[in-house]
Ligand binder design. Structure first.
Ligand code: NDP
Length: 297
């Protein structure tokens, strides 16, 4: 069997287009643009690239982007004061504090300070609680994007056996909650799981969010399964090359011979993350203005 390659890049482009159309409608209804504030503390090069990309795509969708860059030695109080100011600013619908924060800053305290109504990363205790309770709220972008790809492939996920490998707050746990919400039978595997290959073998849906290059082997996978590979790992460079290749947590070439469909790395889940961030910002904007949620997002 040669698997279908799930084109996250194309899906994300479609989602951004839809967000753009609905953002224009929002602007007409609310008399202002939706706005996303991104806070970057320090000068981590990878974070700078992400923040620049988020800002560019926010503007391209017809929303306002407010960037706040603070030095690495920013005090906890000053950072929390900025979050308070953004919470109170009616032009800001979504607040994203780029993680990780420099050493010495209390990440959890900063995130918890974000108003749940502006928590477009879905990481505050309130957002996490709403997801667990099945209440409307804002859901972390990468798992929500992964779910969108799954639903696009499968339609109804009800009754399917799903295994999520990884239990982080950012990906694994919310992914499991979302799949449970879709009536999957969900297993969460992690570094202490006793027989991971055996656990994975039972799954109709496998979501790998580990951070270990090509860890999931083809012989672990059930023929016909659907695989969502969240992992982003850079291999050591080949001789003569400056940078190593990016690969996921799944042995893509081998898995493609076994499963029904699989996301590639890059070009699978990765592009979905920012597209869902824009979607979450627009949804937050509607709720903040007392409008009903935009349809089709
Ligand atoms: P974390 O490091 O926070 O979590 C990794 C999880 O994998 C942990 O729960 C850990 O278990 C588990 N794990 C580690 N080793 C094993 C093992 N040998 N067998 C089974 N489970 C194991 O990572 P994140 O969740 O933040 O990210 C996971 C991957 O996804 C990374 O590659 C990251 O780069 C990528 N990512 C991609 C995004 C995108 O936009 N596409 C966005 C976010 C992340 P334990 O809890 O027991 O330690």
């Amino acid at each position: 069997m040669t698997a279908q390659i799930i084109d996250g890049k194309a899906f994300a482009a479609g989602l951004r287009e839809k967000v753009g159309e609905l953002a224009a409608r929002f602007e007409a209804a609310a008399g202002r643009k939706a706005g996303l504030a991104v806070v970057l503390v320090g000068d981590d090069p990878a974070s700078q690239v992400y923040v620049a990309s988020k800002a560019k795509q926010t503007v391209a969708c017809g929303m306002n982007s407010f960037e706040h860059r603070l030095p690495a030695d920013t005090a906890q109080d000053d950072l929390e004061a900025l979050v308070d100011q953004l919470n109170a600013d009616p032009a800001v619908d979504g607040i994203l504090v780029q993680l990780p924060l420099p050493k010495g800053l209390d990440e959890q305290a900063v995130v918890a300070r974000i108003s749940p109504d502006k928590d477009v990363d879905g990481l505050t205790p309130t957002s996490t609680g709403r997801l667990a309770l099945g209440l409307p709220g804002l859901v972390p972008c990468t798992p929500l994007g992964s779910l969108m790809l799954l639903k696009d492939q499968l339609g109804d996920l009800s009754g399917m056996d799903a295994v999520v490998i990884g239990r982080s707050i950012l990906v694994g746990k919310p992914m499991a909650q979302l799949l449970l919400g879709e009536n999957c039978t969900v297993t969460i595997a992690h570094s202490r799981t006793r027989d991971l290959p055996e656990v994975v073998r039972g799954a109709d849906i496998v979501v790998a969010a580990v951070g270990r290059a090509e860890m999931v082997k083809p012989e672990w996978l059930k023929p016909g399964a659907i695989v969502i590979d969240v992992g982003i790992n850079r291999l050591d460079p080949e001789p003569g090359k400056e940078k190593g290749r990016l690969v996921g947590d799944v042995d893509f070439a081998g898995a493609s011979e076994v499963v029904k469909a699989i996301t590639p790395v890059p070009g699978g889940v990765g592009p979905m993350t920012i597209a869902v961030l824009l979607r979450n910002t627009l949804v937050a904007a509607h709720r903040n203005e007392g409008l009903s949620d935009p349809e089709g997002l």
